[in-house]
Design a protein around this ligand. Sequence first.
Ligand code: ADP
Length: 622
Amino acid sequence: MSANVETLEFQSEARQLLQLMIHSIYSNKDTFLRELVSNASDALDKVRLEAFRDKELQADTDDLHIALELDPAARTLTVRDNGIGMSRDEVVSLIGTIAKSGTAEFLRKLKENQGGQDQLIGQFGVGFYASFMVADKVTLVTRRAGQDEGTRWESTGEGTYTVEPVADAPQGTAVTLHLKPEDTEEHLHDYASRAKVVEIVRRYSDFITWPIRVEPEGGGEPEVVNSRKALWARSQSEVTEEEYTEFYKHVSHDWTGPLETIRLAAEGVFEYQALLFLPQRAPFDLFMRDRKRGVQLYVKRVFIMDDCEELMPEYLRFVKGVVDAQDLSLNVSREILQQDRQIQLMRRRLVRKVLSTVKSLMTDKPDSYATFWSEFGRAVKEGLLDDVDNRDAILDIASFASTHDQEKPTTLADYLARMPEGQEHVYYLTGESRSALENSPHLEAFLAKGYEVLLLTDAIDEMWVGSVPEYKGKKLQSVAKGQVDLDDDKDENAAKERAEEFAGLLGWLTEQLGDAVKEVRLSSRLTTSPACVVGDDFDLTPTLEKMYRAMGQEMPQVKRVLELNPTHPLVTALRTAHAEDRPDLADTAELVYGMALLAEGGDLPDPTRFVRLLATKLEKAL
Ligand code: ADP
């Protein structure tokens, strides 16, 4: 070994992932080649673009291609590109570490989930590391375009790797796999066989626009083995389902096929083609800040950028695919895109197309729709806040858990169709879990009247309900907020009498509990519980208050209203006790308030004190 060889350790997450690859039970090991060809293709895209934009860059872009070199005697397969290459530091950071946040969490899930490994790995995207499914040693030699010195990287995937400078490396990257022995039981094929390799390329990478060359059997000039046709530029009838699937896997780094394929083309002044996909599963980092890869922008078949947020809003960030615009300059930058009116029009059309595709899934493929909504609904609902123009279209494709059905969520259209005579609003309740909401006292009178209530438990629900006033002319109303008036045949006199009867108690309680609540009043939303706590229309909900605090925001305490059920024996007894001026009533008042908090699944301000008061009461009662 030369003196320049450094031995470095893989970052611990990378080490764990490699172990999973080495011992992979994944049946479709052929996919390693798709990953390597994908990387090579990306590297070629990058060098073409960088050389175009930076005329000073000493890059060779004459004959950009991918070469697959087989050596059956040595049992090696080399995937070579003359693309952008990597510097020594890039090799160490890109290959030796995994910089995606949430990786540790992902790996923990993967371990627990032996059977579902394929799907989980697909959501994560292992890329280069997939090589270790089929190779027991991998050598990578690379030189970044414009730099003099190359780097040689080598590893068996077991904990460490070596890097050393090399003087005469060609531009780009060559990955050489020292293949594991063939073992059909383990789904390890002979990846040094030309026929096998060509078959895999045609199956998984045919649409790659760069030539993929392989030497013919017995030697000679390498031949191009892929058809190189950009799928989005071919007419829809020409492209098979399998081709779309493989293309989707290439752009998304997903290992499972798409849920739905979306095609769109515009001709005329501003010409473009879009080939978009809805995935089957949410990526593991859907809610992480550094997640990337949405829609790629091409200009006249030339790759321009990944994750082009100018083409797809944040709330549709899971949509994958390609948009190829004919009338942009290759020099186009994010700043230009942001200001371009045509781009804005295109984005609007793409968004509408995605939303309308989901809407047609609802009727044409209800199972696909259900999958879509359970995977991506949480993200889509962000659009209710961010995309006011499409708010109604988003509400049209949304579904929500409701008191109507334990299992199946409902659309708003179905909710409206079920509304009984006399019900004026769309009712909902927000909170942390379905079970807490189902048992909440706030629901009682609504359920007793046969009114359905939407049970909203996603964090985002707390945010959008406040800014979406109505759906199809029906107001969205929280059952835990404001005064409720569900009585049809009200007896004004009886109500007045009752108010007078309770006036003393309510006034006294309001004073007693003044630090915690802003008012104590009689309720018409309770049938079986003695009390509940409600907010005013514009008050923050307790969950939202908690969320803000968790984000480190200073929050003044939100005082809510305590409502009492005037027909409940505990409440009538309390009224009598107050009228008779019995002792220890202040403790009882505090307990009633605490019970109301517990009933809605909320937190007591001082649990120890609550328990002590309760213990004393019980003791006296015995
Ligand atoms: P992914 O492709 O999902 O980002 P990989 O582990 O396959 O993950 O690759 C990590 C990074 O290493 C790539 O994003 C790229 O920057 C770099 N890389 C991999 N292969 C090549 C290559 N052939 N040429 C240049 N860079 C590469």
